[in-house]
Design a protein around this ligand. Structure first.
Ligand SMILES: *Cc1c(COP(=O)(O)O)cnc(C)c1O
Length: 394
């Protein structure tokens, strides 16, 4: 009988199960909203990135439906051949105005935006200086570029400066940070890093996936929040989180964006968004600009929920954003706590290695603008009950 050449993968899975790192997929059977049904259970949903509730906003639904009626279901091509629709162009013009930059290009996702951009602009002679907790898509982009990668300790501006100081003046350098770190919810030190980039002539890049729609005026991101307009050469944002749809965008100068049109491989080799996606993203920008109540409610809810967790004695790390980690340490304990909460009607997914460091396993919570106070109080009560049962708090 033939030996299964993929047996090593089964062995690997068995090992994950032994370490408590094996997580079956939770299946969503309703809309993605504050109350949702996963695996036949109705829960208060603290695991989505749907910060503003836009996944189900009536204006986005209508825009998507209209686009399907007028333009059909798919775009039929990559952007550089026949797949650039007027809707794509309109979305990019709108984003450029919103971000106060010359030009924007939209990618299929935030992941492809990061990976495609870094790999397009750097080569093997160049060097990337990157925060140790930067997102996987940045790391993959760095690897694809074959540039040297120098990692600095989390948020350590002085360490980044020391690395840059030792590099040859003529070498091309990219200094890169997340705007909001996705697993801890803290902010990248943008003003300090901009200063260092300016001092050493490095390209400054910020990945604002979790900041888009959450930080800055009307959700313009951390560059706006820190008043660093004009100091960040490359801004990446996502349309998949607070914006409620799908996609990633890169914002910068016109020449930089036109260069990406010619060299970013996901742009050249993967089909563009369906019309419904582009239209819903445009509607989301209308909502960001015209309905400030969602961001206000998001931050109100964030303060309320963080204060509640903190008062019970949970370790919530150093978050500055609606992402609040409940750090428990052990991956099996985090998984057990998440499962118990789920049984009590609260969904807070547990996250372990390799998404976070070993020994830093956590439940990651994200409140949204559409959670009611009752939802959040119920979730807090269940965190208290389960946390005590598992001796995470006393
Ligand atoms: C989620 C995320 C991305 C990827 O965005 P998608 O649009 O989901 O592909 C990139 N960077 C960071 C920091 C993220 O949190």
């Amino acid at each position: 009988m033939r030996i299964d050449p993929l047996q090593f993968l089964t062995d690997e899975l068995d090992s994950l199960k032994q370490q408590g790192l094996y997580r079956p997929l939770r299946v969503l059977e309703s809309e993605q909203s504050a109350h949702a049904t996963f695996d036949h259970k109705s829960v208060v949903n603290l695991s989505s990135n749907n910060y503003l509730g836009l996944t189900t906003h009536p204006r986005l639904r209508e825009a998507a439906l209209d686009a399907v009626r007028i333009y059909g279901a798919g775009s039929g091509s990559v952007r550089t051949i026949a797949g650039t629709m007027e809707l794509h162009m309109e979305l990019e013009r709108r984003l450029a105005t919103f971000k106060k930059v010359e030009a924007v290009v939209v990618f299929q996702s935030g992941f492809t935006a990061n990976a495609g951009t870094v790999s397009a602009i750097l080569g093997k002679e160049d060097v990337v200086i990157s925060d140790e907790l930067n997102h996987a898509s940045i790391i993959d982009g760095c690897r694809l570029s074959r540039a040297a990668i120098k990692v600095f300790p989390h948020k350590d501006v002085d360490a980044a400066r020391r690395i840059l100081h030792e590099l040859p003046a003529g070498q091309r350098k990219l200094l890169i940070t997340d705007g909001v770190f996705s697993m801890d919810g803290d902010l990248g030190p943008l003003p300090g890093l901009c200063e260092v980039a300016e001092e050493f002539g490095a390209i400054m890049m910020v990945d604002d996936a979790h900041a888009s729609g959450v930080f800055g005026a009307q959700g313009r991101g951390t560059v706006d929040h820190f008043k660093c307009h004009g100091r960040v050469d490359i801004q990446v944002g996502t349309l998949s989180k607070a914006v409620g749809v799908l996609g990633g965008y890169v914002a910068g100068t016109r020449d930089f964006i036109e260069f990406l049109h010619h060299r970013a491989r996901p742009f050249l080799f993967s089909t563009s968004h369906p019309p419904a996606v582009a239209a819903a993203c445009i509607a989301a920008l209308d909502v960001l600009e015209q309905e400030p109540q969602w961001m206000e409610q998001l931050w109100d809810n964030t303060r309320f929920f963080k204060a509640g967790l903190h008062a019970m004695g949970f370790n919530t790390g150093l978050s500055d954003s609606p992402i609040t980690p409940v750090i428990v340490g052990d991956a099996p304990l985090a998984a057990q706590m998440s499962d118990k909460l789920f049984q009590c009607g609260v969904f807070a997914q547990s996250i372990g290695f390799p998404t976070v460091a070993r020994g830093k396993a956590r439940l990651r919570t994200i409140v949204t603008a559409t959670h009611s106070r009752d939802d959040l109080q119920y979730a807090l009560d269940m965190f208290g009950k389960v946390g005590k049962e598992l001796a995470v708090i006393t």
